[in-house]
Design a protein around this ligand. Structure first.
Ligand code: PMP
Length: 374
C-alpha cells in the first residue's frame, strides 16, 4: 500500500495508540471527580496539558480540548459572532478555508452577519492590500488558515496579523490543522487557533482550540464546568494524553521532516511536470507536504479509482468538500477546467523514496491507459 492521503488523515502512530490504551486501562476516573481516582486522572490531565502548552508555546489555560478542528472552527466563529454582535457584524475569511469555516460563515450570513472573502494573489497568499480595504471598525473576526488543505499554501500570518492589530476590536483566528507539526507556528499575534490530532498521527476524535486567555466567547456546547467553562463534557483523558504523545513526536522534528518531505515532493513534481495535460496547482508558497495538480481530460474520480486498484491512495480536493469544483483551485486560477480536475497528493515524513518511485511508475501506466483509452 502507498498512502498519499495524509492531509485527509494519518495512520495513528503505534506509540500514540499504546499511550491511549495505557491511559484507558490505568486511569479510569473522571478527572472532575473529587475522589482518589478522579484526582489521579486530573493530575495526568494537567501534566499532559502543560506539556502540550510548552510544545506549542502557549499558556496551559489557553488550551481547550474539542472533538476536532471542525468543532474548534465552529466554536470560534459562532462564539465570537454571537458574543460580539453588538460591536459589529462583519467577518473576513477566504475561499481557501476548510468547509467547517466556509459553511459556518454561510450559516452566520443567514443570521445577519456580513461575510467577505479576501482575494488571493497569484501565488495563493492572501492579498494583504485587499484585506486592508475590507477590514473596518465593524469587523469582529478574520479567519485564515495557516496552511489550507487543498493547495497547501502557507499564509503570511505575521502580515495578516499586523493589519488586524490596527483594529483592536477584531480577533484573528488561524486554522492550523494542516500546518501543525509540519511548519513552525508562532501564536504571539493570533487570538484563536484550531487543530485536529488525527492529522499528526494522533487519535481521531480530539482537537485543540487555542484561545488566548481573557478572551470571552459564547459557548457552542453548554453543560458543566469540566476542564474549562468554554467546553463542557467529561475530559477525554486517553485522547488528551495520546495527543501529548502525538505532539511530542512531531514538534521537535519539524525541520528535519520538512527537509525530507521536500525531497519527496521535488521528485514527484519533476515527474508530473513532464505530462502535457498535467497542471501543477500548488505554488512556491505551498508546503511540500501537499501537491495539488489537475489532469485535464481525466475525471479525478476515475483516476483515484484506477490508483485504488493499485493500492495507492490519493485524494480529490479535500476529503470534506462536497461540490465538484474546487473553490480553492478556482480562486487561484479562475479556470473551471483546472478547478474541476484537481487531485491532491499529501505526504508525510513516514513516506519513503521507494514509495515515490513506485507511485511515479504506476502514475505513468494509469495516465496512459486512461488518457489514450480510445
Ligand atoms: N481545517 C482544515 C484546514 C482541515 O484540513 C480539516 C480536516 N480536513 C479541518 C479543519 C477539520 O478537521 P476535522 O475533520 O478533524 O474536524
Amino acid at each position: 500500500m502507498i498512502y498519499f492521503d495524509n492531509s485527509a488523515t494519518t495512520m495513528v502512530d503505534e506509540r500514540v495508540l499504546e499511550t491511549y490504551n495505557k491511559v484507558c486501562k490505568n486511569y479510569p476516573g473522571n478527572s472532575n471527580s473529587l475522589h482518589k481516582l478522579g484526582i489521579k486522572s486530573k493530575e495526568l490531565e494537567d501534566y499532559a496539558t502543560e506539556c502540550i502548552a510548552k510544545y506549542l508555546g502557549v499558556k496551559k489555560n489557553e488550551i481547550l480540548y474539542t472533538s476536532g478542528a471542525t468543532e474548534s472552527n465552529n466554536t470560534v466563529l459562532k462564539g465570537v459572532a454571537f458574543r460580539y454582535k453588538t460591536r459589529g457584524n462583519h467577518i473576513i475569511t477566504s475561499y481557501l478555508e476548510h468547509s467547517s469555516v466556509i459553511e459556518t460563515c454561510k450559516y452566520l450570513e443567514k443570521n445577519g452577519f456580513i461575510i467577505d472573502y479576501v482575494n488571493i494573489n497569484e501565488d495563493g497568499t492572501v492579498d494583504l492590500e485587499h484585506l486592508k480595504s475590507l477590514i473596518t471598525d465593524k469587523t469582529i473576526l478574520v479567519s485564515i488558515a495557516l496552511v489550507d488543505s487543498e493547495l497547501g499554501i502557507r499564509q503570511d500570518i505575521g502580515g495578516i496579523s499586523r493589519i488586524v492589530r490596527n483594529y483592536p476590536k477584531c480577533f484573528l483566528h488561524v486554522d492550523i490543522t494542516q500546518g501543525l507539526g509540519k511548519t513552525d507556528i508562532s501564536f504571539d499575534n493570533i487570538d484563536f487557533a484550531s487543530a485536529s490530532m488525527h492529522k499528526i498521527f494522533g487519535m481521531k476524535g480530539i482537537g485543540l482550540l487555542i484561545k488566548k486567555e481573557n478572551i470571552e466567547i459564547d459557548n457552542l456546547i453548554h453543560g458543566g464546568k469540566s476542564t474549562t467553562s468554554y467546553r463542557s463534557g467529561t475530559p477525554a483523558l486517553p485522547l488528551i494524553v495520546s495527543s501529548m504523545k502525538a505532539i511530542e513526536l512531531v514538534i521537535p522534528n519539524i525541520k528535519k521532516n520538512y527537509e525530507y518531505v521536500e525531497k519527496l515532493n521535488k521528485r514527484i513534481i519533476s515527474a508530473l511536470e513532464k505530462y502535457d495535460n498535467v497542471h501543477i496547482n500548488s505554488t512556491d508558497k505551498s508546503i511540500p507536504y501537499i501537491i495539488n495538480f489537475s489532469i485535464k481530460g481525466i475525471k479525478p474520480e476515475t483516476f483515484i479509482h484506477a490508483l485504488d486498484e493499485e493500492d495507492i491512495y490519493i485524494s480529490t480536493k479535500s476529503a470534506c468538500s462536497s461540490s465538484d469544483i474546487s473553490n480553492a483551485v478556482y480562486s487561484l486560477y479562475h479556470d473551471l477546467d483546472i478547478a474541476k480536475h484537481s487531485l491532491r497528493i499529501s505526504l508525510s515524513y513516514k513516506n519513503t523514496i521507494e514509495e515515490v518511485e513506485e507511485f511515479i511508475k504506476v502514475f505513468d501506466k494509469v495516465y496512459n491507459k486512461l488518457m489514450f483509452k480510445n
